[in-house]
Design a protein around this ligand. Structure first.
Ligand code: G1P
Ligand code: ZN
Length: 546
């Protein structure tokens, strides 16, 4: 095998964010841009360490997926990997990647995705490296990749023709190295069958339980078709928008009330099925809907935790729970009753990995439509939906009944996130800095009905490896348990996205029926006052309210 050594010049903007490196497709298409970053990954791992090892490779099928895969295969061969497992057609969801890395004892995997961000040639692209536990690389690895990408002067790439990816086949090279094109769907489906009683779900569907799943033209299309329609026998058409497209049909592959419009229309219509669900570009997020009813992701995490016993794999008990700091405290109420620890981590799934590896937590979740468990080391959209299907099948209640009964028992955490997008980065930083300066004085201050109990700049010490992550969001906590949290997004590709998270706890069953934004109105007002965001950003109101 001939290996080319290519001279290059470093880029300075390859610092990975919350979920790897994310940029516009056009940026990734610049000469050497992708190659530099990939070389940064392999150099960080070390050529000795990768020698003979297995690398898993796939993506969410977005524009540039196939081209990037060919480059990465050839570079992985040049840097000495023994076996490159590439998903057929390059299609591999994020949770499936995690599953395959673990099952096949790979050294790691590369996921090509920009998650829920739009695709197409003017859309976004992304790269994430996952380690041998199947989870996103921790910060010390991503920082070292960034450092390598800033100094790189050359990289290696095998001089080979492209590999066909449309048939399951293993190519063995003269060097003994292998490129194995594998079925990206089956390992994941088998894992789901281990976790949930497919017979029970099948029976419930046969007996009339109806679901509609919106694949949003993204990576979960083949997984959802196989699981819901083939394995569980839901009628054809239960999975919609089930053809993966490089531009996701021009939409945002983001499962929320704004972007999963077709599904929302169906669920609010008169023939709505019992469960409506959707996942995102790379299959790790989920949205759960009942008839005319939206389940907030924080509530979903709490309900899943409260009902853990219905699912085959969890009925013997849970180790503990983890949630990202901005995620609502609804799950904490459940954990308290169950006598379980709750770990509060910074935003991003990578912080859950150590806790799961150490058997400290079984179920984790984030407010950003992410829920999962220790079956893999990523959040998992289809897993969450199967869990809900299992809860519906076992309790025989509707989604709305399940959630309302839950609130009656544990109280309701009204919750919403207000996003200000494409804000000038320096403006966003100024706002955070101003807030930081106020922190010490906030304690005890009264704003209308609310009094500040505590305010800080969230910092996290990993209980397993002791690593410290600072400046993970500013939180203002009130004496009644209500909270305001401010963060700058780590996944945006244009300017800064400021996220303001609002939460209000309501234990009184008679006050649990308010519209969410009205319930949070005075907190939203306080959030504006403290941050002066409108004045600073020139934006009267948030661009997106979730
Ligand atoms: C967002 C979400 C976060 C999630 C990440 C990847 O990150 O807020 O919870 O882990 O996407 O899906 P952010 O843009 O807020 O940094
Ligand atoms: Zn995603």
């Amino acid at each position: 095998m001939l290996i080319d050594t290519v001279k290059t010049t470093p880029f300075t903007d390859q610092r990975p964010g919350t979920s790897g490196l994310r940029k516009k497709v056009k940026v990734f298409q610049e000469p050497h841009y992708l190659e530099n970053y990939i070389a940064g990954i392999f150099l960080t791992l070390g050529e000795k360490a990768v020698k003979g090892e297995t690398l898993v490779l796939g993506g969410d099928g977005r524009y540039f997926n196939r081209e990037a895969i060919q480059i990465i295969i050839k570079m992985a061969l040049a840097y000495g990997f023994g076996r490159i497992m590439v998903a057929k057609d390059g299609i591999l969801s994020t949770p499936a990647t995690s599953c395959v890395i673990r099952k096949h004892k790979a050294l790691g995997g590369i996921i090509l995705s920009a998650s829920h961000n739009p695709g197409g040639k003017d859309g976004d692209f992304g790269i994430k490296y996952n380690i041998s536990n199947g989870g996103p690389a921790p910060e010390k690895i991503t920082e070292s990749i960034f450092a390598a990408s800033k100094t790189i002067t050359e990289y290696k790439i095998a001089h080979l023709p492209d590999f066909p990816l449309d048939e399951i086949e293993t190519f063995v090279l003269e060097s003994g190295q292998e490129v194995a094109v594998f079925d990206g769907i089956s390992d994941y489906v088998e894992l789901m069958e281990d976790l949930f009683d497919f017979n029970l779900l099948k029976q419930a569907i046969k007996a009339g339980l109806k679901l509609k799943y919106d694949a949003l033209h993204a990576v979960t299309s083949p997984y959802a078709k196989r699981i819901f329609e083939i394995e569980l026998g839901a009628p054809e058409g239960s999975v919609i928008n089930a053809d993966p497209l490089p531009d996701f049909g021009g939409g945002h592959p983001d499962p929320n009330l704004t972007y999963a419009k077709e599904l929302v229309g169906i669920m609010n219509g008169k023939d709505a099925p019992d469960l409506g669900a959707a996942s995102d570009g790379d299959g790790d997020r989920n949205m759960i809907l009942g008839k005319n009813f939206f389940v907030s992701p924080s509530d979903s995490l709490a309900v899943i935790t409260a009902n853990y016993g219905v699912a085959k794999a969890y009925k013997d008990g849970l180790f503990g729970i983890a949630r990202s700091m901005p995620t609502s405290l609804a799950v904490d109420k459940v954990a308290e009753k169950l006598g379980l620890n709750v770990y509060e981590t910074p935003t991003g799934w990578k912080f859950f990995g150590n806790l799961m590896d150490a058997d400290k937590v079984t179920i984790c979740g984030e407010e950003s439509f992410g829920t999962g468990s220790n079956h893999v080391r990523e959040k998992d959209g289809i897993w969450a939906i199967l869990f809900w299907l299992n809860i519906l099948a076992s309790t025989k209640k509707s989604v709305a009944e399940i959630v309302k009964d839950h609130w009656a028992k544990f109280g309701r955490n009204y919750y919403s996130r207000h996003d200000y997008e494409a804000v000038d980065t320096s403006v966003a930083n100024t706002m955070m800095e101003n807030l930081r300066k106020q922190l010490a004085d906030l304690k005890g201050q009264i704003f209308g009905d609310y009094q500040v109990a505590f305010a800080d700049d969230f910092s996290y010490t990993d209980p397993i490896d002791g690593s410290v992550s600072e400046h993970q969001g500013i939180r203002v906590i009130f004496t009644d348990g209500s909270r305001i949290v401010y963060r700058i997004s780590g996944t945006g590709t244009v300017g800064a996205t400021i996220r303001i998270y609002l939460e209000k706890y309501e234990p009184d069953i008679n006050k649990q029926d308010l519209e969410v934004q009205s319930a949070l109105q005075s907190l939203a007002q306080i959030a504006l006052e403290l941050s002066q965001i409108s004045k600073l950003s020139g934006k009267e109101k948030p661009d997106i309210i979730v």
